[in-house]
Each structure stands twice: as structure tokens, then as C-alpha cells.
Design a protein around this ligand. Sequence first.
Ligand code: ATP
Ligand code: RIB
Length: 303
Amino acid sequence: MKRNIVVLGSLNMDFVARTARLPAPGETVLGDGFQMLPGGKGANQANAAARMAAGGTVVQLAGRVGTDAFADHLRASLAASGVDTAHVEAVAGTSTGIAMIWLDAGGQNSILVAPGANECVEEESVERLRPLFREAACALFQLETPLPAVKRALQAAREEGAITILDPAPACPLPRDLLELVDWLTPNETEARLLAGRELPPAAMERALLEMGARGVVLKLGAAGCFSGGELAPGFAVNVVDTTAAGDTFNAGLAVALAENRNTADALRFANAAAALSVTKLGAQTSAPTRAEVDAYCSFFVP
Ligand code: ATP
Ligand code: RIB
């Protein structure tokens, strides 16, 4: 049985500043803490998947970095979590992607991404990932790398028999021929609204997104959990410190569980638990739980 997980996506250095409240346009506010932490939606998903994977699953990340100190730091931290970064290539003369993250007292964030090298993932280059997709149970994608490359990679992953999971973040309209390549589309509420072009209750939203071409939909609903197959999978109640990358950890948990051939209900519970644990800690990758933590949490707590 194929168990590997392949992620195509972004790597960013996150500049995280905490503040009691976010500044209004034109206003300066004094914050109360700053850290540089590894991030980027692709790297976050690979990192969390590697921490939660079990039984010989290999997690491989493909993406682009610049030729700067951030690149070295991001690779080293991913390697420490067990991610295979052989397909993270350095692009001469570019800077590694960065994200400026403002985190308010309630754990909510605002994020500005300067993509840098992440924009250099070329459509043709993803063909080199075919052998990886052939050995993969799941392939994970997001939208911080160029859309033509994401689409071509979705096509290759589908042709090679991997389950394709697309996190449509940051939100952008998506064409039907791309959505038809997606086995699990996992928007949050904002992304779902933008894709469907209107606000809808979860059941109607799921139907609308299925009608747009995706084979399966999981609506991520923040603290409430997620909605799929006409049912709510309730979230776990936790103390919120930082919600950054909750969605990435959720997608990683979903992929890990599906790669183990678990049923959908089980996979959604595992993903909710992983994501809930991640919001109790600061940072995008530093907050990702280990497999032991998720298993222990799932066996002691009910949503
Ligand atoms: P991100 O903050 O990474 O952008 P997102 O906006 O993509 O996340 P959310 O719906 O906010 O997605 O959260 C993803 C998942 O994380 C939820 O489906 C849920 O499982 C979990 N989660 C998020 N916030 C909380 C919370 N406050 N308490 C418990 N679980 C949470
Ligand atoms: O999903 C969270 C991530 O979004 C952050 O790590 C930041 O780098 C942005 O890409």
C-alpha cells in the first residue's frame, strides 16, 4: 500500500509580532513581542505531516527558496522534523519568501506574504515530481505557488493515483478544470465564500463546491470544527494562543489519516484534533503536534 505524502508549496520565514490590537491604516501601535519562525503553507503542511506520520511514511516537500540565510534555516528546521527537502530548490538571485504576521491578544492574525522564490515554481518543473506522486498516497497543494504549476501538479498526481488535497488559500477564484482534479477541497469560510461567489450555510456550500467540480469538500469552520458529507465534525475546545497555520495542520492531519486508509469520519476527527492542538502554541511549524500527542489527545478528549 502506498503511504507517502508529497507536498508542493511555499516556504516562508514568518516575522511574527504580537500586539494588543492591530493598527488601523496610517496608525502606529507598539507591539509586545517579536519572533522569526519557519512558515509558508506548503512547508507548514509538510512539517506537520512529518511530525504526525507513522509506519514508514515519507513526507516530501517540493518548492523554491532564495539563496539567503532564511533558506538554510527553513531547510534545517524541516529536516529536523523529518521532511525530505531534496526537491526544495534554490533560485539564484531571489529572496526566500517571507510573511509578516500580526497576532492580536485573542490569537487571531493578519498576514502579508511577500512570495519571493515561491513564485519561481514553473509549470514544466512539476513533471519531475511524477515519480514521487507515483509512490504517494496523498498529494497536498495550496495557492502560494503559481496556479499553472499547481494545476499541472494536480493533474500529474491524479494520473499517478495519489489522493489530491487542495487548500484554496490564499483565496482566489478557481476554474472548473482545476477543481475537477481535486479529491478533497478544504476551504475555510472566507475561501469557500469567494469560490462559491456567495454566502451559504455549510450543507448548501458543500453542495455548491461539489457542483463546481471538486470530488470531495471539507469546509474548515475554525473553533466549530469542520463540515463534510452533510455533517459537522465538531472541533475540540482548547485555549487559543495562535491560530496561524491551524488550517495547514488540519490538512496535514487529514492527509496522514487518509494515507493510513482511515475512513473519512475518523480522518476528520484526527485532523480536528491535530489543528486544535496547534492553536494552543505559538508559530506555524513550532505549534504542530507529534503523532503521540494527537493520539493521546484523541483517546482522552471528545469534541
Ligand atoms: P489558518 O488560521 O491556518 O488560516 P484556516 O482559516 O484555514 O486556518 P480555520 O477554519 O480557522 O482554517 O481552522 C482550521 C481548523 O483548525 C478547524 O477546522 C479546526 O479543526 C481547527 N481550529 C481552528 N481554530 C480553532 C479553535 N479556536 N479551537 C479549536 N480548533 C480550532
Ligand atoms: O497558513 C499560515 C502561513 O501563511 C504562514 O506560515 C505564512 O507564512 C503564510 O504563508
